[in-house]
Design a protein around this ligand. Sequence first.
Ligand SMILES: O=C(O)CCC(=O)C(=O)O
Length: 248
Amino acid sequence: MDRSRLAADFARDGAVCARGAVAADLLARVTAAVDENIASPSELAQVASTADDPGRFLEDFCNWQRFPAYLELAHALAPLARTLMGCRSVRLYHDHLLVKEAATQQVTPWHQDQPYYDVEGRDVISMWLPVDPVPAESTLEFVAGTHLGPWLMPRTFMQRESKWFPEGSLSEVPAIDEDRDSFPIIGWPLSPGDAVFFHALTLHGSRGSSTRRRVISIRFLGDDARRVERHWRCSPPIPADATFPRLQ
Ligand SMILES: O=C(O)CCC(=O)C(=O)O
C-alpha cells in the first residue's frame, strides 16, 4: 500500500480505498463481532428501511465497549487515518454498523456525515469496512472533492425531515441521481478486508443491495476536531461526558 499516494488522493478527492487493509485473523474477529452485534443490537439500533422492503437496512452505533474487536479494528487502522488526515493524534469517535440484507431496495441517500455530529473541525474521517464482497452496484459512492465545500442540509434518511439544522440554514444536497454524469462520482467494488476512508464532509450514498452487505464503520477524530454543544439530538447521540480513546 502506497500511503503517500493514498494521502494525496484523499486530499484531492476526500475518499480513498485501501485494499487488504485488515489482516485475515482480525477480519475474522470483526466479522464475528458484527454477527453478535446483529443478533444483539443496542438501544441506538434502527431499521432504516420500510416494512415492505424485501430486504432490511439495519444500523447500530457506539458498540466498541461491547465488542473488543471493534476497538482492535480502530487501533489497527488509526495509523492510516492519521496519515490521511495529516495529524499527530487520532481519537476514536464512534463505530457504526450498516447492514443491508440481500434484496434490500432502500438506498442510502446522498449526505455528508459531519452535519449530523456534534463535532467541528476539519480532522474527522470515517473508515467503512465490508465483511462481505461488495459489487460496484451496491458499494458506497462519493462525489469527489465535496469535502472541500460547504456543509449541506442533513435530513432523516426516510422521511427527509430536517431534525438538525433549521430549514433554510444550509444549502440542500443537490439531486445527484437525476444527473449522475454531471458529478465526479467515485467508488470501488470491494472484498472483505478492503477499507474505504472518507472525509466527514464528502458527499456519499449507496443504492440498494441484491446481496448481503455487512459493514462496520469506524469514525476517527484528528488534531483540530472538537465537540460542540448542539440544541438537538445528534446522530449518534453521544453523552456530553463521554471520553474518546486516544489511538495514536
Ligand atoms: O452503508 C451505507 O449504505 C451508508 C454508509 C454511510 O452513510 C456512512 O458510513 O456514513
